[in-house]
Design a protein. Structure first.
Length: 255
């Protein structure tokens, strides 16, 4: 079996790289063939391998779970300077928990919690983060009540694809990732608006919310932050095509 040829014929742009990863991960020739079959059938490479490379970490990714995007590493890059040992960090809409795991890896000693609505994502995130700190439920309703007002940094990659644009996504995302992790409503910002509106009561004074969005949607995301009382700005990394809105709550008044 010529793995590279099969992958290239299936439309895999980086066939050589994928072939190397699959060959390294397969415990036997038979399993390699089965893995190539799954990839050729359209499953995301990360779901076939069982992991995604993310900021130097191998994040476990199960079939049917949202695959961490490499552009989202920019959100982590922005979050790391805002955290310090002992800080409480929450990864909301966590998927596999890549954001929380990456912040914890970069800032030893942070106290990371995570939550997601999708049970499969929660099971997966519990493999990448302390299992007892990953919760299932709808946004803030999933979090322990004692975190209210204690969160220093809130990192979020909420769904932001407009409903009508889902059909235009690559098949490996559209057909193999959960709709709840992709569909952000009519304009793509339904969940983002809820995240921004609810964040201040969970953050400490001077706490930060970081939310990935698209360049086109950034003005609307920024407006949602400002309506919620944040001092906010848009950060971009054109090299990786990443756009993040960063908002900070008012600091505690000096006495």
């Amino acid at each position: 079996m010529d793995v590279v040829t099969r992958l290239r014929a299936a439309g895999c742009v980086f066939a050589e790289d994928e072939a190397r990863l699959l060959t390294e991960a397969a415990p036997s020739p038979a399993e390699l063939e089965a893995m190539v079959d799954r990839r050729v059938a359209g499953l995301p490479l990360e779901q076939v391998l069982g992991f995604a490379e993310f900021r130097g970490l191998r994040i476990a990714v199960d079939p049917g779970v949202f695959v961490p995007r490499q552009r989202t590493a920019y959100l982590v890059e922005l979050a790391v300077p805002l955290a310090e040992p002992g800080a409480v960090v929450v990864d909301l809409c966590c998927g596999a928990g890549a954001l929380g795991a990456a912040v914890a890896d970069a800032v030893p000693g942070v106290e990371v919690y995570a939550a997601d609505l999708d049970p499969a994502a929660v099971r997966c995130a519990r493999r990448n983060l302390p299992a007892d700190r990953v919760f299932e439920g709808d946004l803030y309703a999933a979090l322990p009540a004692d975190l209210r007002g204690r969160v220093d940094v809130l990192v979020v990659n909420a769904p932001y694809v407009p409903t009508d644009a889902i059909a235009l996504m690559p098949p490996e995302a559209r057909d193999h990732e959960p709709l709840v992790a992709l569909d952000g409503g009519a304009d793509g910002l339904d969940v983002q608006r809820r995240v921004a509106a609810g964040a201040p009561e969970w953050l400490v004074p001077g706490g930060a919310l970081l939310l990935e969005t698209s360049d086109r949607q950034a003005p609307s995301t920024l407006a949602a932050f400002e309506r919620a009382g944040f001092t906010a700005r848009v950060e971009r990394d054109d090299e990786v095509g990443a756009t993040v809105v960063v908002g900070v709550t008012a600091p505690r008044p000096r006495r």
